[in-house]
Each structure stands twice: as structure tokens, then as C-alpha cells.
Design a protein around this ligand. Structure first.
Ligand code: ADP
Ligand code: ZN
Length: 602
């Protein structure tokens, strides 16, 4: 363990272990298996990197994220750790060279895609070299209930059969109790020590916004909180991705689309620009998936509702991996609620799969419509209790107003009933507001008692109410895809005047955000600002020469610390978090030059 601490300090440049890192590393060093659950940005990589360096042989990392392997290897090279990857993007010569290095024991870490690992050729190869450990990253991919299911993951128990004395560690940032036990049984990790860190991402602020005109609301959010930051905007469909990216571009932001319909090279190009340039917004479907390792994503916005809390938590979790303040913002409306329900109920999936999916969607809607602290609700979903409201979500910062919606809800529900439970929202709202329209007259619905009883309220108010009634389970949407609404059992007491219904009033975004100051991700004092900017310029230069993202060289926090400490010589740079020996040797002189030049110029 002494060696592990030395590596943490000298190679990674960090002073202490976080979360359960120390215990996890100890367990692996002792030769035992681990299941590690840690939130995104918690520091999972160190948990296998350090023991892989300490133990004799090469650490084999199994990861489904081929696109990321290059960056991971680049980042390790910056630290002076010898590493490589094997996946389908390699040509034959490079692959041979890596195999040779592996057999000669030159590699500390080797990343392999699961389908590669599982072929007999690779298994044979591994049989001929020394393996320090196996790390199974994104281990929740083993779960067929999850949205990241990878069938090859279910075959990874072969590692235990073939290499029974090599310790294994499975890691994930998303796992409810069910997934956790699935990981254990599928990967044959019954004897593994399980380490669960708190899933709370304190630096992330959660905001869920409701109502129509999502794009304009997004714009307001971006202008107010992230006028220059890089971030991700998620949309449900490819079409919406394209449209949104165009719209943001026309408004003057750098916005790039990303979805499965684009060619591989376009996707790769957009991903690279996102990683390497500043101020780039990626507009994506969830195809822009797991393991977006960019640490300084300052915001994640959703223009539609994710299918489950797991998905929401994972997607929003891509913000602020560097631990600095980050925002998540979601807009959702009636159309999302209806569409997602239909997608689930009308799918061809097996009944029990559908049941699980509907339940997940309901819990997600519950989060949206709730007036409670978002973080408390989210953490509770993962089995964690947060005693006090967090103070860093929309509901904590500006508690929603509640209103007694019983009377309005009764009108809406009666209208559904009197129209024979055969119509969708738009029709029902016309009836409620007393609009004369051919169809309504033809059906004789202008003669029934709810015609026009809601004339004084605006369409948008009725839409909000219908959305809430569906979300809360008072109304169900038909399975056939026409958006027909029907009453559920839950309506009875309300219709009989035996219960009341309190709902949250829709927020006015302008009024809301005026109360709040924009949070800057990093505190740099005015007098340090110039030096900080000079250091960023140096970083950009160094990154461009090597063709790597700037954060691989130094994180913003490291630059901020340098501009505050203003070290006078290379050795004192070791005090700065994030600078280990290798980076000191490579960049120390240049950094000190910039610091000196700044001091001289004062
Ligand atoms: P995860 O894979 O869990 O999302 P990473 O392994 O990418 O997280 O780590 C997130 C960030 O935290 C990285 O920049 C990493 O260098 C940093 N980090 C990890 N462990 C420590 C530590 N003990 N002290 C300081 N920073 C750390
Ligand atoms: Zn809160």
C-alpha cells in the first residue's frame, strides 16, 4: 500500500485517496475481487490503474467504449504510464506491435473491447502473458434490463474460468440494487468485496423545467448560465437533433449534431471537436453515449424526457466530472409524456419487460412533477438517504407554488368521461374551452355538460394540467398510438369529491433566474486572471502540438492553483494538485517561464 500512495503522489500528483479508492486498491493488491460502485467523476480509473502498476504483469481493462480508448491511452502517456489498446480501429501492424509489447511485459495497462477479448485468439494471447488484474468497466452493460445492454458482457464470466487466480474488478456508475446483483451473478463475482460510494454529485445543480417552447427556454438557460461554455444537449430523435443544432448555430453558438444516422467519420470529427475545442455544444441523441470522459462539460441539457431515472442520472452525470460547479437542465412537456408512454406500451417487447419499463417511466415522471428536493428523490432511488434538502436544485432554490387543482382536475376528468374516453388532449381542450368545431358538433359534444366550462383558462394551462394528470396516473394513454385518454381507478375518490389534488404551478423562468447569480465554475481572483489566461494559452499550444485535448495536459483546477500560488521554481510545482513527476519533467520549465514572464510584466 505504501507503493500505491507513492504512485498516487508521484505519478498522478494527488495527495489522498478519495471515496473507497484505498480499500479497493488494497483488496486488489491482496489478490481478491471487487465490485465498485462510484458516481461519475468519482475516480474509478485510479482503482485499477494503481494496482495494475503495482502488481506484476499487465492490467487488462475491458471497456465497450472504443471511441474513448485513444484518449485514455493519451492521458496515461501524459503521466508516463505505458499503455495501449486493442480494438477494431487498429491496423494489423499496430496490433502485432502491441501484442509483442504485451508478451514482453512492457505494458502496464491494456484496454480491450469485449468482443475482441472473447475471441479465442485473444484469450490464447492472454494465456501466454502475465496479467496483473482484469478490470470490467461499465459493468452495468451486463444487465439486459438496462439501456446499455451488451450481450458480450454476459460471457465475461469466462475470465474467471480461464484465469481463476487473477483478481477482477467490476466498475460502474449506474446500478440500482437489482443491477448490482445481476452484475455479481452474471460475472461470477459472488465472493467479491462490494464498495459503494455515495452517488451524490454535489457539484451538479438539477433543474427541471416544464412547458412548451423548449428551444426558447433552452436558449434562455444557455444565455443566462452558459454563454461560452461547452456542454451537451440531448434530444429524442435524429430530426430534432439536426434542427436544434441548426437553430443554435444560427443563433451564433458552435453546435454540432451527433446521432447514429451520421457517418462514422462525421461523428468522430464532431466528437473530437467537442473534446479539443472550447465552447463547443454537442447536440445528440443518446447515441452520444457512455463514457464521455471530457471532464469540463459545464452543462447537460435535455430537450425531452429520459426513459428512466437511471438514464437521466447517467446522462446528467456527464456534467462536471472535474468536480467544479455544473448545471443540468431539462425541459419536458405533454407531448413527451404521451409519446414515451406509447412507445413503451405499443412496443413488441415481452410483457415483463414492458412492465419494468412503464414503472421506470412512472418514477421518472414522479421526479419531474415532484415539489421535493430533486437530489433527495434521485438519491432515494439509488437507495441512499439524504437527510436535508440539498439547496442546489430548482425545488430547493425556488420552492414551487402549489395550488388546489381539484376543481379543474374534475372538469378535465369529467370531460374525458363525457366524451366517451375516445379522444386526445387537443380535442378535449377544445371542448373544455367551448370551441365550435365541426368534429365537436358532429359528435354532439357541444351539447354535453363540460362544453365550455373551462373557457376562462388558457390552452397552455389546460395542457399543463393534462400533463400532470397523465404523469400522476389519473389518466392513461391508449396503446394504439392515437393519444386517446382514459380514466384510471385513481380518479374515483377525486371525482367523488372524496379527495383533493394539489399541483405545482408552472414556473416562470425569467422570474426564477433573476433571483440567482450565475455560478462561475472556477474561482479565479481578478489579479490572477491574466496569468490564468496565459497558462490556458500555453496549455492550448501544448495540446495542439501533440493532438490531444487540453484537459489531458492540465485540468482547469491545476491552472487556477498555479495562477494563485505563482511558484518560483520547477520543484515547487509538485505542490500543485494534478502535477506528478512526468508532467513536471515535460512541462515544468514552460509553466515556470509563463509565471516568471507574468511577474516581470507587473
Ligand atoms: P470516473 O471514471 O469515476 O468517472 P475518473 O477516474 O475519470 O472518474 O476520475 C475523475 C477525475 O478525478 C479525474 O480527473 C481524476 O484524475 C480525478 N481523481 C481521481 N482520484 C483522485 C484523487 N484521489 N484525488 C484527486 N483527484 C482524483
Ligand atoms: Zn434540492
Amino acid at each position: 500500500m505504501k507503493r500505491a500512495v507513492e504512485i498516487l503522489r508521484n505519478i498522478f500528483g494527488y495527495n489522498e485517496f478519495r471515496h473507497n479508492q484505498a480499500d479497493i486498491i488494497q483488496t486488489l493488491l491482496d489478490g481478491n475481487d471487487v465490485l465498485a460502485l462510484m458516481p461519475t467523476g468519482g475516480g474509478k480509473s485510479l482503482c485499477y490503474q494503481i494496482p495494475a502498476i503495482c502488481r506484476y504483469g499487465t492490467g487488462i481493462i475491458i471497456s465497450p467504449l472504443i471511441a474513448l480508448m485513444q484518449d485514455q491511452v493519451d492521458a496515461l502517456k501524459q503521466l508516463g504510464i505505458s499503455s495501449a489498446f486493442i480494438n477494431s480501429t487498429l491496423d494489423r501492424d499496430s496490433q502485432r506491435e502491441i501484442e509483442r509489447a504485451l508478451l514482453d511485459g512492457e505494458l502496464d495497462l491494456l484496454y480491450i473491447a469485449p468482443e475482441r477479448l472473447l475471441n479465442e485468439y485473444t484469450l490464447n494471447l492472454l494465456g501466454r502473458c502475465h496479467i496483473a488484474l482484469f478490470a470490467i468497466d461499465e459493468a452495468h452493460c451486463v444487465s439486459q434490463w438496462g439501456h446499455d445492454f451488451r450481450p458480450e458482457y454476459q460471457r465475461l464470466s469466462i475470465l474467471h474460468e480461464r484465469f481463476c487466480d487473477v483478481p477482477r474488478i467490476a466498475l460502474t456508475a449506474t446500478a440500482d440494487v437489482a443491477t448490482r446483483s445481476e452484475i455479481k451473478s452474471q460475472l461470477d463475482l459472488h465472493h467479491a468485496s462490494t464498495y459503494i460510494s455515495s452517488f451524490d454529485r454535489k457539484n451538479i445543480r438539477y433543474q427541471i423545467d416544464e412547458g412548451q417552447n423548449g428551444l426558447h427556454r433552452l436558449w434562455r438557460f444557455l444565455q443566462q448560465e452558459h454563454p461560452h461554455d461547452s456542454g451537451i444537449v440531448y434530444c429524442l430523435s435524429r430530426k430534432k437533433v439536426e434542427k436544434t443544432a441548426e437553430w443554435l448555430t444560427a443563433k451564433g453558438r458552435i453546435a454540432l449534431p451527433y446521432h447514429a444516422g451520421l457517418s462514422n467519420s462525421t461523428r468522430q470529427q464532431h466528437h473530437n471537436r467537442f473534446l479539443r475545442d472550447e465552447e463547443v455544444i454537442i447536440v445528440a441523441t443518446i447515441a452520444f453515449g457512455m463514457g464521455i470522459d471530457k471532464p469540463d462539460v459545464r452543462f447537460v441539457a435535455h430537450l425531452s424526457l429520459p426513459k428512466s431515472i437511471e438514464a437521466y442520472y447517467q446522462e446528467t452525470g456527464r456534467a462536471g466530472r472535474d468536480g467544479l460547479p455544473a448545471n443540468t437542465w431539462m425541459n419536458y412537456g405533454l407531448q413527451d409524456v404521451i409519446m414515451l408512454r406509447q412507445m413503451v406500451t405499443s412496443s413488441e417487447a415481452a410483457e415483463n419487460y414492458k412492465r419494468v419499463s412503464i414503472h421506470k417511466l412512472e418514477v421518472m415522471l414522479g421526479l419531474c412533477e415532484s415539489g421535493q428536493c430533486r437530489r433527495q428523490t434521485l438519491l432515494a432511488y439509488f437507495g441512499e438517504v439524504l437527510n436535508e434538502p440539498c439547496g442546489n436544485c430548482d425545488n430547493c432554490l425556488s420552492p414551487p407554488e402549489l395550488w388546489n387543482a381539484s376543481e379543474a382536475a374534475r372538469m378535465a376528468l369529467s370531460c374525458v368521461y363525457r366524451c366517451g374516453q375516445k379522444f386526445g388532449v387537443n380535442y378535449l381542450i377544445k371542448v373544455l374551452r367551448g370551441k365550435h368545431d365541426d368534429r365537436i358538433q358532429h359528435n354532439g359534444h357541444d351539447q354535453q355538460s363540460t362544453f365550455g366550462i373551462g373557457a376562462k383558462d388558457r390552452v397552455s394551462q389546460w395542457r399543463t394540467l393534462f400533463r400532470q394528470l397523465i404523469a400522476l396516473g389519473y389518466l392513461e394513454v391508449d396503446h394504439e398510438g392515437f393519444g386517446v385518454l382514459r380514466l384510471t381507478e385513481k380518479c374515483r375518490p377525486l371525482l367523488r369529491n372524496e379527495s383533493i389534488l394539489e399541483l405545482r404551478r408552472q414556473r416562470e423562468p425569467d422570474k426564477d433566474s433573476k433571483k440567482r447569480e450565475r455560478r462561475l465554475p472556477i474561482e479565479v481572483l481578478d489579479e490572477d486572471r491574466q496569468l490564468y489566461n496565459d497558462l490556458r494559452a500555453l496549455r492550448k499550444q501544448l495540446a495542439e502540438i501533440q493532438g490531444v485535448p487540453p484537459y489531458v495536459i492540465f485540468h482547469d483546477t491545476t491552472l487556477a492553483a498555479i495562477s494563485q500560488l505563482r511558484p518560483g521554481n520547477v520543484d515547487s510545482l509538485l505542490e500543485v494538485p494534478g502535477i506528478g513527476q512526468h508532467k513536471l519533467d515535460h512541462y515544468g520549465e514552460k509553466v515556470i517561464e509563463v509565471v516568471r514572464a507574468h511577474i516581470m510584466s507587473l
